[in-house]
Structures are given as structure tokens and as C-alpha cells.
Design a protein around this ligand. Structure first.
Ligand code: 3PG
Length: 210
């Protein structure tokens, strides 16, 4: 689990992908790797998403996690396939406990002080902050860091190449996620060059803030 955390922290950006067609899974990961970003959060939002996850997990050169996990059944399906981390959009203590039993990193969603307290009291030190820009973005994260100085945030939602840098410069921000590096329509259209370019540009921002 710590190794996964360290790897995520090294990347500091995690493409969130929505895959409508399983045949796009491998070319998509090729584009991410070519953009020097061998990490992905496959969201369980489409009929093909688990099949896509299965194909991507077969690749040993990627750190592969799963997102939009809202049920224990989805959690188990992803865990069985070998997902390295699980992201939930909201806070669910059942899923969190289940994840602890399975010894896999779970990053639960938490945006309010109440949810962050719940997470913290269950031993969580990293929460997904979603949808970040709608919930106050970096200003809100800075305010929340007052009462929760040890909590680290993984903001997603409304992050893009233009607002990425200040997020990454903030010490409470562990990593940022989002679809801007591999937009759903780019994946649908097979616009692999666009994905590779967007990843490479995002990686340049990470390198410049480290
Ligand atoms: C997520 O699940 O984290 C979001 O859908 C990502 O939001 P974005 O599309 O605004 O990047």
C-alpha cells in the first residue's frame, strides 16, 4: 500500500479515464505511457469499464487503479482484477473498512469538515477532494488544512493544464486528477496524439514544481 502511495506521489497527476469501448483500452494506455504518465484511474462508469480495466491491468508498465467505486460489489470486482488503488467519489465507511481488510489503498472522497473528520478518525491521511473547483478549489483546501494540517488532498474536478500548477505547489495537495489529459471524446475518437501531448505537458508542470 505504501509503495502505491509513493508511486502516486512521484507522478503527482493521475489521468481519470472513461472508456466507452474496450478496444480503446490498450491504445489509450500506449498514449499515456508515450506521454510519460504510466498511471491511470479507470472509472467504473460504462458497460465496458471492467473489461477495459482487465486489459489495462495486464500491462505491467502501468500503475492502474479504479475510480467511481460506489458499491462493495464494484470494489471486489476491481480488487479481483488486481487494481492497485481504489477511489470513491464520496465517503463510505463500509468500503473503507472493506479496503483495509483487503489491504489495498482506498482514497475516499471527502469535502466537508465532517467527512474529513470521519476519514481522519478512521486512519485515513489522503482524501479525494471532488468536485474540487465546484467546492471552492484550492482556497477551500487551504482553509481545510487549518483544522486538518496532516490531511493530504487529491483534488479532481475542474482541474486542467491552466490551473494545475498552484494546486501542485500547495503542500496539502498530494496529487491532482482529472480527465483533461485523456478526455472522453479523445478516447472515443482515438485521438492518441492529443492524449500523449496533454500528458507530456502536464508532466512538464509537475517537473517544474518539484
Ligand atoms: C472525477 O471523477 O474525478 C472527475 O470526473 C474528474 O473531473 P474532470 O472531468 O473535471 O477532470
Amino acid at each position: 500500500m505504501n509503495e502505491t502511495l509513493n508511486m502516486l506521489f512521484r507522478h503527482r497527476i493521475i489521468p481519470t479515464v472513461v472508456i466507452d469501448d474496450v478496444s480503446k483500452a490498450i491504445p489509450l494506455t500506449d498514449a499515456l505511457v508515450a506521454g510519460r504518465l504510466p498511471v491511470v484511474e479507470v472509472t467504473l462508469r460504462t458497460a465496458d469499464s471492467l473489461a477495459a480495466l482487465e486489459r489495462i491491468i495486464d500491462r505491467r508498465d502501468m500503475l492502474v487503479g479504479v475510480g467511481t467505486v460506489t458499491t462493495l460489489a464494484q470494489f471486489d470486482a476491481a480488487w479481483r482484477l488486481g487494481a492497485r488503488f481504489v477511489v470513491t467519489p464520496g465517503f463510505d465507511d463500509n468500503i473503507l473498512r472493506h479496503g483495509n481488510r483487503r489491504d489495498i489503498l482506498v482514497i475516499p472522497g471527502a469535502v466537508t469538515p465532517t467527512e474529513i473528520m470521519q476519514a481522519q478518525n478512521m486512519g485515513v491521511s489522503l482524501v479525494k477532494y471532488f468536485p474540487s473547483e465546484s467546492f471552492g478549489g484550492l482556497r477551500a483546501i487551504e482553509a481545510l488544512s487549518g483544522p486538518f494540517p496532516k490531511m493530504r488532498f487529491f483534488p479532481t474536478g475542474g482541474i486542467n493544464q491552466d490551473n494545475l500548477r498552484p494546486y501542485l505547489e500547495n503542500r496539502s495537495v498530494f496529487a491532482c486528477g482529472g480527465t483533461w489529459m485523456a478526455k472522453r471524446e479523445w478516447v472515443k475518437d482515438g485521438a492518441w496524439d492529443k492524449i500523449q501531448k496533454a500528458c507530456a505537458e502536464a508532466v512538464e508542470v509537475v517537473r517544474s514544481v518539484v
